[in-house]
Design a protein around this ligand. Structure first.
Ligand code: SF4
Length: 275
């Protein structure tokens, strides 16, 4: 059995590689029990990843390959630290009073929260037992794996819909858009609160027609509380270099304030609450 590592506090911008060389490939993971899993890092005081003060757990493993990803060191389980769900919950328990007093909770992000489905479910269920508000951030690509009992552990889904146009989505992520849209429709059908997140990458996702497609898809969904525009940035660029991957966005500038405003206004004009 693999050796358990130490659960270290850190940041999504820490570079973590090669910590569990014996880990399975993320596309072949059998995660039936969820007692153990692979973690990139965790943060204790985010104001950005859900309501109130958030503890954010970044899991390893992602099946997308976004060309602008700021955490390519979360793609593979082998780069994460192997820990038990009990370790995670014990640590979370020590923050729970502060999170509760500031109307916050736990957000599981990544990587992709749904790669390690049973592990994330176990942690979410433990967080609920502590009385915490729970959220995951997900691309929705693996949404078909999620059953109703998983959804019952969740108060909010931060759903990254990276593009409205299927061709642009494939260009940006290497995958199909359809599973994400299917998951969004299912969440809308059961009224699960969602914040849609859209990464605005100049020259890739900023085409008005692309934004329009997404805005029209999201606008009728009453469960979508917010559409959040996430401006592309270069804070993860050093990771691509460190890992030895070709980074296509070395010369892509963050979007101007005018471009961000144009996109926010496009969503608003379609009837979305956007920021
Ligand atoms: S879904 Fe997130 S973690 Fe995965 S490649 Fe895209 S940006 Fe990176």
């Amino acid at each position: 059995m693999a050796q358990l590592g130490t659960l270290e506090a850190g940041s999504r911008y820490d570079l973590r590689v090669g910590l569990s060389p014996d880990a399975p490939d993320e596309s072949a993971l059998r995660d039936d029990e969820g007692a153990f899993g692979y973690v990139h890092s965790y943060e204790t005081s985010s104001r950005y990843d859900g309501p109130g003060l958030r503890a954010v757990l970044f899991l390893s493993g992602c099946l997308l390959r976004c060309s602008y990803c700021h955490n390519p060191d979360t793609w593979h389980l082998k780069d994460g630290t192997y820990v038990s769900a009990a370790q995670v919950l014990e640590r979370l328990g020590s923050f729970a009073p502060a999170l509760l007093s500031l109307d916050g909770g736990l957000t599981i992000s990544g990587g992709e929260a749904l790669v390690q489905l049973a592990f994330s479910r176990r942690i979410l269920a433990g967080a609920k037992r502590m009385g915490l508000h729970t959220a995951i951030e997900t691309s929705g690509f693996l949404g078909d794996r999620v059953d109703d009992s998983y959804l019952s552990c969740l108060d909010l889904v931060l759903l990254d819909i990276k593009s409205g146009d299927p061709d642009t989505y494939r260009k940006a992520t290497g995958r199909d858009l359809a599973p994400t849209l299917r998951f969004a429709e299912r969440l809308a059908a059961i009224g699960k609160p969602v914040w849609v997140r859209f990464t605005l990458v100049p020259g890739l996702t900023d085409d008005p027609a692309n934004v329009e497609k997404l805005a029209r898809f999201v606008a009728p969904m009453k469960n979508v509380e917010w559409v959040e525009i996430q401006p592309f940035h270069q804070m993860g660029a050093f990771k691509w270099k460190a890992i030895g991957l070709e980074y296509k966005h070395a010369n892509t500038a963050p979007p101007s304030a005018a471009l961000v405003n144009r996109v926010i206004e496009q969503f608003r004009a379609a009837g979305c609450r956007a920021r």
